[in-house]
Design a protein around this ligand. Structure first.
Ligand code: DAH
Length: 344
């Protein structure tokens, strides 16, 4: 033990005397003393030969020795003008402007989807999600759109070449089917997601877009519930002054069916391109769930009724933030995206 301590003292003197003025000399110091096969490692290795009762004291000596070698290294490195951060900083021009790290923003469609989801959450709707690659049954058949149904024409889509039984879902109504398959009433869900159509891309149409589906099934659900729920939603989304109207419509999966319009927020109902000079803009399709759809999932249509609706997120975003071209949402142009900085 004594001999070992003496040895370390000798090393210290040897190291203290080292002079290194070139970067090469600094590097060879590092290798000789601090390297993976250097002196420090060797001395540390002595620990295992030290009797247990001295290990603690020897540990302290080792620690000091290590600090001593490192401090010396730092010193000669600086003297040689070499590369610690501190040494570099001395030559750094602190007056230079900082480098800019751009912060991303939420995509406007995400912002709007979150707003819609949180409104329906306050009404007790749970979130359900379904696959974007669907089969014919969930997308069409179960929703009362059998093969050769003319309404399929309006929802042409993309088929998967390896397996033509698979397609890209054309609406989030397919998630209704998935939910009814796995849950018993009462059911109260909203289903956000991306959908696809075989459309030529333009300012007003795209081959993919986003929808939010709603489904509420219980005993005694009526059309009045549907109207009140959707009226509440638009008031929360667009403010109390917004007016709504329901127009009779047709969807195979609902009976009766209605489309809901809201007063045009772009021109304050005075007439513009967005509302096609009518003062009204369609924002969603809705209706009472067709008994055939309920029965497809063994839900007793004499006992249960329900309403459903499907809205387009892009359309809501267009009205809320005056986005006039659908293509903007997927072009990744930061001039567009950064306008939503800080919008939650
Ligand atoms: N799936 C329809 C579409 O994409 C929208 C829709 C209409 C959904 C009426 C519904 C509904 O749930 O009841 O055009």
């Amino acid at each position: 033990m004594e001999a070992l301590l003496q040895q370390i003292e000798n090393y210290k003197q040897e190291i203290a005397a080292v002079e290194a003025s070139t970067l090469e000399a600094v590097e060879s110091f590092r290798i000789q003393y601090l390297g993976s096969k250097g002196l420090l490692k060797t001395v540390m290795g002595e620990m295992k030969n030290v009797p247990n009762e001295h290990k603690r004291a020897f540990g302290q000596v080792l620690n000091e020795f290590k600090q001593f070698v490192e401090a010396k290294f730092e010193l000669i490195q600086q003297a040689a003008g070499g590369g610690t951060d501190n040494a570099k900083d001395n030559n750094f021009d602190w007056s230079l402007p900082g480098s800019f790290v751009p912060v991303g923003t939420r995509h406007p469609l995400t912002v709007v989807r979150n707003q819609i989801v949180s409104i329906f959450k306050t009404l007790g709707f749970a979130i359900a999600e379904g696959p974007e690659i669907e089969d014919d049954w969930h997308n069409f058949g179960a929703m009362n759109l059998p093969e050769d149904h003319p309404a399929r024409d309006m929802q042409d889509t993309f088929y998967i070449s390896q397996n033509p039984a698979w397609l890209l879902r054309t609406h989030t109504s397919s998630t209704q089917a998935r939910v009814m398959e796995s849950q018993k009433p009462p059911i109260r869900v909203i289903c956000p997601g991306r959908v696809y159509r075989n459309e030529t891309i333009s300012a007003r149409a795209h081959c993919f877009f986003h929808q939010i589906e709603g489904l509420y099934i219980d005993e005694n659900v009526s059309f009045a519930d549907l109207k009140q729920t959707l009226y509440f939603f638009v008031q929360e989304m667009f403010g109390k002054d917004v007016r709504v109207r329901f127009r009779p419509s047709y969807f195979p999966f609902t009976e009766p069916s209605a489309e809901m319009d809201i007063s045009c927020l772009i021109c304050d109902s005075k007439g513009c391109n967005v509302c096609k000079h009518t003062g009204w803009v369609e924002i969603l399709g809705s209706g009472m769930v067709h008994p055939n759809v309920l029965e497809n999932f063994s839900i007793d249509s004499n006992k249960y009724t329900g309403f459903a609706f499907g809205l387009g997120v892009e359309r809501i975003c267009q009205l809320k933030y005056q986005v006039n071209d659908l293509r903007l949402y997927s072009q990744n142009d930061v001039r567009f995206l950064k306008q939503f900085t800080g919008v939650m």
